[in-house]
Write a protein that binds this ligand. Structure first.
Ligand code: NAD
Length: 257
């Protein structure tokens, strides 16, 4: 039986790193793709040290040729059956009055165009893998509710929800499921950068905690666990939808007074 390969973008740190480790624990050979090649290699080394299979690949997923090359390298290792599009950037402090065209284009390219490019490059391999092939995309609660001054990020995450639905419809007959996850605040390096962008320091991430019904931030592993389930045959009837993983944040109305 050929090696079953999962490609995880943004695997250098945060949610991508945790997802790579979780999929490797399920027995997949994980190709850890990240623009930060050294970080991707650190993730791959950690997985190999734990007895799993992993290879790193340095690529900017906003660039078509990088995506094509990364997928070709992954396909040489086995059957590419899982693609997790997790790489993303989250520059806040960018309402439509202030955001420059360059920043807008960059956020949409890294967060959304990358999903199209990586999925397109993987498609022949996913179709060949047949039933059980799956793409998991990374949305966010920002697709459904807004914080001030997050225009490009919110637009990018809303687009991922729509693109996920579209790809699920288009690829169902080929046996490829496409799903998204929409986390609330997750305790990763970029959460702290994001908090600073909104004028908060890391202590004030407590504000974010208060908005979670459960009262705590998610660990990257909480999201990775859901992705691993969605990517497995145990979720074989889940398709085209977006799973919100936010501790109840979106369920809660703002407090009065
Ligand atoms: N952290 C949160 O609270 C949260 C909540 C909801 C959704 N998300 C989403 O989850 C994803 C991961 O978030 P995180 O907090 O782990 O981020 P992070 O910044 O900790 O990690 C992102 C990784 O993606 C890589 N990356 C960025 N641009 C890239 C590119 N062009 N090509 C290849 N790799 C690139 C970075 O080098 C980094 O290793 C993002 O899409 C983010 O929008 C995060």
């Amino acid at each position: 039986m050929s090696t079953r390969v999962a490609i995880v973008t943004g695997a250098g740190q945060g949610i991508g790193r945790a997802t790579a480790a979780r999929l490797a624990a399920d027995g997949l050979h994980v190709v850890c793709v990240d623009r930060a090649g050294e970080a991707a290699e650190r993730t791959a080394t950690t997985i190999r040290d734990a007895g799993g299979g992993a290879t790193s690949y340095a690529a900017d997923v906003a660039k078509d040729q990088d995506c094509v090359d990364a997928v070709e390298a992954a396909a040489r290792l086995g059957e590419v059956a899982v693609l997790c599009n997790i790489a993303g950037i989250s520059p806040f402090s960018s309402g439509i009055a202030q955001v420059g065209e360059e920043l807008w284009d960059r956020v949409l390219a890294v967060n959304v165009k990358s999903v199209f490019l990586m999925s397109r490059a993987c498609l022949p391999h996913l179709v060949a893998a047949g039933d059980g092939a799956v793409i998991v995309n990374m949305a966010s609660v920002h697709a459904f509710a807004a914080l001030p001054e997050s225009a490009p990020y919110a637009a990018s995450k809303g687009a991922i929800v729509a693109l996920t639905r579209q790809m699920a419809v288009d690829l169902a007959s080929a046996g490829v499921r496409v799903i998204a996850v929409a986390p609330g605040a997750v305790d990763t390096p970029s959460s702290y950068t994001g908090a600073r962008g909104l004028g908060a320091d890391s202590q004030e991430l407590g504000l974010v905690k208060d908005r979670h019904h459960l009262g705590w931030l998610a660990e990257p592993g909480d999201v990775a666990e859901a992705v691993a389930w969605l990517a497995s045959p145990r979720a074989r009837f889940v398709n085209g939808s977006t799973l919100v993983i936010d501790g109840g944040m979106l369920a809660q109305l703002p407090r009065q007074g």
